[in-house]
Design a protein around this ligand. Structure first.
Ligand SMILES: *Cc1c(COP(=O)(O)O)cnc(C)c1O
Ligand code: SF4
Length: 325
């Protein structure tokens, strides 16, 4: 994290592109800082301004456009779902904890890029008290750690959370939503995998990757050690124009994930956060891409196309539009 790329010049050097050839914007960078770990930057094709990984992380001129329908809180998380700081309870049986505002990478399309993390911070003690309250509620069957990226907590903090959940009589699933095994595979330490295997909790990890080039050997090795610890491995993606809005790319992503022992779970429609309009894929195109993908791979390699609507009781699935026979 300390060595991560935080300047446009550092990024330009890492990807072998002259600074003046990058569509970089300082205004975009000031609003949401450029942040890329070297392990991720190394998978960007040198000299390729249109690289799908570069597009996900470059603070770009397009972000400064003001576009109708795009806002700072597209999912109404700070109004409709405000309550205990850091706790989001939208769906039956599941409670989501925003355990940190930090990420190892700043994805330009992030729907929480403007989330007021500092208003929602909890100390470790407060968080454990929140978990106790949740466990007293017999309707809760799953606790989800989110962020930010929950794997930016220290191993001791994650262990404390897992042990707190495990000591309850009830059968609870621990789910971790993280991009870290993708962007800094070294984060998957033995202390982490030991915690996940030793607490006896049923645990699920939902990775976030959008393009097959994000999964290299180091990532696959990190995933293998999580699997060895008994963690069920899933992946979610965001459907992004110029990154993965193509059935062949999504088929290749599913293949790469499956080879590493991960099943595709969701592919999300973009949440319309201000500054992300250049990533938009319209619903019709998205549904057609999924229809074409369905013809290329078995059902278990097809993620569900999901969209979030504030106030809805679940994420909604959009039906693929299949190629005509
Ligand atoms: C996405 C999300 C979940 C998990 O939904 P699943 O459909 O179970 O993956 C839970 N809580 C919140 C607040 C969410 O945004
Ligand atoms: S890793 Fe997730 S939370 Fe962090 S910036 Fe990317 S999309 Fe947002």
């Amino acid at each position: 994290m300390q060595r991560a790329i935080r300047t446009p010049a550092g990024l330009a050097a890492a990807v072998g592109i002259a600074l003046e050839d990058l569509p970089y914007s300082q205004i975009a960078d000031q609003g949401f800082p450029l942040l890329v770990p070297h392990a991720f930057a190394a998978r960007i094709e040198r000299g390729n301004v249109a690289d799908p990984l570069l597009r996900q992380i470059l603070a770009a001129q397009d972000e400064t456009l003001t576009v109708a329908g795009y806002s700072n809180d597209p999912l109404a998380e700070t109004s409709l779902y405000a309550g205990t700081p850091g706790l989001l309870q939208k769906y039956h049986g599941r409670a989501l904890l925003v355990v940190t505002g930090q990420c190892a990478i700043n994805c330009r399309y992030c729907f929480r890029r403007d989330y007021p993390y500092s208003d929602n911070a909890q100390s470790s003690t407060e968080r454990l008290a929140t978990i106790d309250q949740l466990l007293d509620d017999s309707s809760i069957g799953e606790i989800i750690l989110s962020g930010g990226d929950p794997l930016l907590l220290l191993d001791e903090q994650i262990t404390a959370i897992a042990q707190r959940i495990a000591r309850h009589e009830r059968d609870i699933t621990l789910r971790i939503h993280t991009r870290l095994p993708i962007v800094i595979p070294d984060r998957v330490t033995t202390a982490l995998t030991r915690t996940l295997s030793q607490t006896g909790l049923r645990s699920v990890m939902v990775l976030h990757s959008n393009h097959p080039n994000e999964i290299d050997q180091a990532t696959a090795k990190a995933i293998q050690s999580l699997r060895d610890a008994g963690v069920t491995m899933l992946n979610q993606s965001v459907l992004l124009a110029g990154v993965n809005d193509n059935p062949d790319v999504l088929a290749a992503l599913s293949d790469r994930l499956f080879a590493a022992g991960v099943l595709p779970y969701y592919i999300h429609m973009l949440d319309k956060v201000a500054g992300s309009s250049h990533f938009e894929v319209c619903e019709d195109s998205a549904r057609r891409i999924m229809g074409e993908l369905s013809a290329l791979r078995p059902g278990y390699l097809i993620p569900k196309l999901a969209v979030e609507r504030p106030g809805a009781a679940s994420k909604r699935q959009l039906e693929p539009i299949y190629p005509s026979v």
